[in-house]
Design a protein around this ligand. Structure first.
Ligand SMILES: Nc1nc2c(c(=O)[nH]1)N=C([C@H](O)[C@H](O)COP(=O)(O)OP(=O)(O)OP(=O)(O)O)CN2
Ligand code: ZN
Length: 121
């Protein structure tokens, strides 16, 4: 069974490698929506895959590094596209959350990246 927890991150970025004149080369901000998906067996006694609060605790150090930040200054995020942000989150979260199944980064209402780990690269 799969569950997910959603986080809202306010952050600024610019994309340094886009072609000249691309609007995303300019500094701008987003209200990022990040979904952390966890997949595993249902515990018959507790009636859950894992406590939503434990997903929140695992994500908290990453939230602190991302929220209200200029993402380009975060180590490992010099080109903070949705794709790179999803992978950055996965690499740091998976060791603490072995049941991690997917990271979804929604940059705008209409633009989303969904990443299921290295096999999904
Ligand atoms: N594959 C990707 N393409 C783009 C990314 C990205 O991370 N991955 N990022 C951007 C920019 O950050 C931009 O801020 C968001 O792009 P876009 O969806 O084009 O934004 P709009 O709000 O202008 O979208 P509309 O739906 O056209 O209004 C660009 N591309
Ligand atoms: Zn952007």
């Amino acid at each position: 069974m799969e569950i997910s927890k959603t986080f809202h991150i306010e952050a600024a970025h610019r994309l340094p490698n886009v072609p000249e004149g691309h609007k995303c080369a300019r500094l701008h901000g987003h209200s990022f929506r990040v979904e952390v998906h966890v997949r595993g067996p249902l515990d018959p006694q507790l009636g859950w895959v894992m406590d939503f609060a434990d997903i929140k605790s695992a994500f908290a150090p990453l939230f602190e590094q991302l929220d209200h930040r200029y993402l380009n200054e975060v180590p490992g995020l010099d080109n903070p596209t949705s794709e790179n942000l999803a992978r950055w989150i996965w690499e740091r979260l998976q060791p603490r959350l072995p049941l991690l199944a997917r990271i979804v980064v929604q940059e705008t209402c209409t633009s989303t990246c969904s990443y299921g780990g290295p096999a999904d690269a």
